[in-house]
Every structure is written in C-alpha cells, then in structure tokens.
Design a protein. Structure first.
Length: 323
C-alpha cells in the first residue's frame, strides 16, 4: 500500500509571494494588451509576465517542499530541519521580491533589466539582480540537504521530490551561461554584457510568449527545463501512483521507484541535449539530424530501461502483494 503523503505546513511567506506574482501576472498581461512598446525586439511587458509566472510557480513548489519537513526542535540548541528550511525559504522569498522589483521597474521605464550596464545606475541594478539570484540559489541548497535526510514516505515520491529539487538547482545554475559577454559585444560595446541567444543578438524572431529564438541557440531553454524538474518529476510520481491503482505492474512502490529512476535519467539526458544544442547556436525548432537522433536514442533507451525494470513484475511468482 502506498504510504500517505506527510502532513503539509505550507511556507506562508512563499505562498504570499506566489499570490503577489499572480496579481503581477494579471497586470503584466494588461500591459501587453494596452502598451505597444518593445524592448530588445520583444513586447515590453512580456518579461515581467514570464518572470511573474515562473517565480510564482517556484514559490508554490518551494513552499510545498518546506511544508513536507517535520517541525519541532531537534536538540537543546539546534534548530529543526523545518526551521532551517523555513528561514532559507524566507530569504529566497525576500530576494525574489528584489529581483522582481527591478524587472518591473525597468519595464515601466521602458528599458531592459538583464545584462544592462549602460551606465552606473543600471550596472548597479544588474549587480543587485545577480547577487539576489545567487542568494536565491544558495537558499535552496540547505532545503535540498534536509530533504535528502528526511523520510518522505513512498520511495518513488521521495526520489521525485529530491531529484526534482537537485535538477532545479542545476537548471538555475545554467543561467550563469548567459552572463558572459559575447564576441560581438567585445568588438562593439553598446552597454550590454551577456545574452540569451547564441550566434545572434537578442531580439530576433522568437516563439510566442516564451520568446525563445527560432533562428539561433537560446540558453533560456536549458534554464527553463532544469528549473521545472521541480514540478515535472513530482507530478510524474503522482501520475504513477494514480496508474498504480489500475495497473498491476505499477502497484508496488519499488516498481514505481524503478520507473522514476529511468525518468530522472531521461530528464537529465534531455537537459544535457538542449544545453548542448543551445551552446551550439542551434534553434530548438530547427534541430539538426544529430540532435533528433540523440533525442530518439534517449527515448528508446528509457523505454527499454522501463521494460527491464518492470519485467520481474510480469512473472506471477515474483509479484509482491499490495496492501
């Protein structure tokens, strides 16, 4: 029988941040409808909208993860794991607010917030953003550590939660690939240092809403894929639990954990593939034959690995009773 999820005590500062981001997303959406201005070739309010949605989803996810940890004091002078994680989450919430204030302020002023070092003021704002996001990244580290040391019940669910947060940390770290100056910026400095795209200047043709380049590599893609492992893998574990009620092969928690291990490997493979594709300057919508072949190989290898993982459950004598 699948263990019941532990009782959750949501991290309230992060929940309030998520509520604020929902409100900001509405404002940014209205801005897209009534404000025709653009910056670096994109609608002015597109970046606040994307960041509001991303920060809101991250805040809810982190609030949930912190709420899974047990409370209480683990010693006379030692904070509990939950308390350590609570303060880390609060620090993350504060500096995400700092990040969003600068992004929205820059949009209201009609300028870009990222990579802007055109004068002392904007260089200082960009430095504050850089420091803030590093602190947000560091704040997630102790949360990941205590989650690794905490019993989370169902083994597949535990694997999904832990690996999701660790891959999200990796995805957040991939953002640093965008911060170095490009060759064109070194040859002709225009007050911008760093770029989202590889091979062309930012502001070219892109996918609707997401803005990812359709003509060159885009480092926002591996950043996005990595960060959202925090949602995708736990949702995969939940889906496997639901399927386990109807499919005998997935009924046992260890069988689901085996499948989750394969999915984690597949996710890391996809992350490595889109990172290499972006660094090679190749658009996500125009993959080379090599990228298509590697992607197909990953899917086939994952399918075979899942089949091997579940094969013992096909033999009645080796099935483990459920319940």
């Amino acid at each position: 029988m699948t263990p019941a999820p532990p009782a959750i005590r949501w991290h309230r500062p992060l929940l309030w941040l998520a509520v604020a981001m929902a409100g900001l997303a509405v404002v940014a959406l209205l801005g897209l409808l009534i404000d025709p201005r653009t910056v670096t070739g994109a609608p002015l309010w597109a970046k606040p909208l994307k960041f509001a949605l991303s920060v809101g989803i991250y805040a809810v996810s982190l609030s949930w993860l912190i709420g899974l940890l047990p409370g209480g004091v683990a010693g006379h002078r030692r904070l509990s794991a939950h308390r350590v994680a609570w303060w880390a989450g609060t620090v993350a919430a504060v500096f995400l607010v700092v990040e969003m204030v600068i992004i929205v302020g820059a949009a209201a002023a009609g300028v870009t917030s990222h990579f802007n070092v055109s004068d002392g003021f904007h260089a200082a704002l960009w430095a504050i953003m850089a420091v803030s996001i590093v602190i947000v990244w560091l704040a997630a580290v102790p949360i990941a550590i205590v989650l690794l040391r905490t019993a989370l019940g169902d083994p597949a669910r535990a694997l999904a939660i832990r690996s999701g947060l660790l891959i999200a940390l990796l995805g957040m770290g991939l953002a640093f690939l965008m911060t170095g100056p490009t060759a064109a910026q070194l040859d002709d400095y225009q007050g911008i240092v760093g770029a989202h795209t590889v091979g062309v200047a930012d502001g070219g043709p892109g996918l609707p809403v997401l803005g990812w380049s359709t003509v060159a590599g885009d480092l926002r893609i591996p950043h996005f894929v990595g960060m959202h492992a925090l949602q995708v893998l736990p949702l995969a574990a939940l889906l496997l639990e639901v399927l386990g009620r109807r499919i005998t092969l997935l009924a046992h928690p260890l069988a689901r954990r085996g499948v989750l291990r394969v999915l984690v490997g597949l996710y890391l493979g996809v992350l490595a593939l889109v990172t290499g594709q972006a660094l090679a300057g190749e658009s996500i919508v125009r993959p080379s034959a090599l990228v298509v072949s590697l992607g197909a190989a990953l899917v086939v290898a994952a399918a075979l690995a899942i089949a091997v993982t579940l094969r013992p459950n096909l033999q009645p004598s080796r099935r483990t009773p459920v319940g």
